[in-house]
Design a binder for this molecule. Sequence first.
Ligand SMILES: NC(=O)c1ccc[n+]([C@@H]2O[C@H](COP(=O)([O-])OP(=O)(O)OC[C@H]3O[C@@H](n4cnc5c(N)ncnc54)[C@H](OP(=O)(O)O)[C@@H]3O)[C@@H](O)[C@H]2O)c1
Length: 172
Amino acid sequence: MDLYLIHWPVEGQFKDAWRALETLYEEGKAKVIGVSNFQLHHLEELMKDAKIKPMVNQVEYHPRLSQKEVQAFCQKHDIQLEAWSPLMLGELLGNAELQEIANRYNKSVAQVILRWDLQNGVVTIPKSTKAHRIAENADVFNFEFTSEDMKQINKLNQDQRIGPDPDNFDFS
Ligand SMILES: NC(=O)c1ccc[n+]([C@@H]2O[C@H](COP(=O)([O-])OP(=O)(O)OC[C@H]3O[C@@H](n4cnc5c(N)ncnc54)[C@H](OP(=O)(O)O)[C@@H]3O)[C@@H](O)[C@H]2O)c1
């Protein structure tokens, strides 16, 4: 397997799950192992006695939820941050400020968001059922934002989730 993640940090269970992933990695069955929806305290707890530290943390990440603390921790510990729902399930596509930036670069709002991910060092996994949008979402390697543009997009953060909060999730 190329990448194997623990989907959610279930208290009292994620350490056992991690030991299983470590075994798969050591046996060469998973090339990369990681976690998803881990907050900073989950990562710290896991890393206390992990043999192998997580290589990826896949979290909800978009301009309304830029996860600064988690991102800084992941950068420090060489854990690749990965963005799920990077387009906020389409909710951000009508944002006027992003549209203004998109107009200046002759790009779509989706492309602006995905380029912002990349320039922040975040791997991004937008989903579309439409071939032309899949192509559009991949066409983000031929332009670059200035630091001023990046700051303008960073300012959109409101710590606003569209998906469940990992600290208040019903795992039953
Ligand atoms: N680890 C986790 O807990 C977790 C949680 C949620 C999601 N995920 C993963 O994250 C990935 C993506 O997230 P997501 O599907 O939740 O959200 P998303 O990628 O932010 O948004 C998908 C929505 O945006 C639309 N869209 C995509 N590209 C577009 C474009 N260029 N222009 C206009 N609309 C566009 C899609 O519609 P059309 O299909 O009509 O284009 C779809 O309605 C998925 O692979 C999902 O499995 C992981």
